[in-house]
Design a binder for this molecule. Sequence first.
Ligand SMILES: Nc1ncnc2c1ncn2[C@@H]1O[C@H](COP(=O)(O)OP(=O)(O)OP(=O)(O)O)[C@@H](O)[C@H]1O
Ligand SMILES: [Mg+2]
Length: 186
Amino acid sequence: MSDSSDSEGQAPHVERKIPNILVTGTPGTGKTTTSEMIAEATGLTHVNVGDLVKQKQLHEGYLEEFDTHILDEDKLIDELEEVMEGGGKIVDFHSCGIFPERWFDLVLVLRAETNVLYPRMEKRNYNQRKITENIECEIMQVVLDEARESYAEEIVIELPSNDINDMESNVDRVRQWVDIYKANHS
Ligand SMILES: Nc1ncnc2c1ncn2[C@@H]1O[C@H](COP(=O)(O)OP(=O)(O)OP(=O)(O)O)[C@@H](O)[C@H]1O
Ligand SMILES: [Mg+2]
């Protein structure tokens, strides 16, 4: 568990009327597309952490070799703390252990097969090193393990995201889950 996690293995204790959902997974697994669709279906607000980091300069520079920004975790957590308090957020990020456990009511880990993930990244003109790293990360289920280490077992859900049918069924499941959550917390 990361340093920024406030509770030691305890379930989230904050009662929210509208839930916060974390959508995580290896780059290219469909987090942003799925989050936008969930937002549309539920009325929750999509927070794209990667975009926020760039917009608000929540980084300590750029790592050319890996074509990525070095995240300033403390700045990011400070920036999001108030945003998360109200509930109703869909947080979209490829890493999940950095956030406080208490922020989330549901953690979705999107998964994709190598044969669909590879062309998705090629299409985005990722350099070869980044593609290989991400493929290895997906095969070794790094993000899923990180999620299971960081959040209560019962709120971490692994979802296939290989094609549009998977995506639609994932969005529908989440929509139903949000409806039940809202009914139970009104
Ligand atoms: N389940 C899916 N079925 C078909 N296409 C998909 C699926 N998931 C993602 N894609 C496609 O793959 C590409 C990457 O998706 P998206 O941008 O949502 O991924 P991401 O997880 O947000 O990536 P990143 O971590 O780089 O932000 C997009 O072109 C998207 O349309
Ligand atoms: Mg994205």
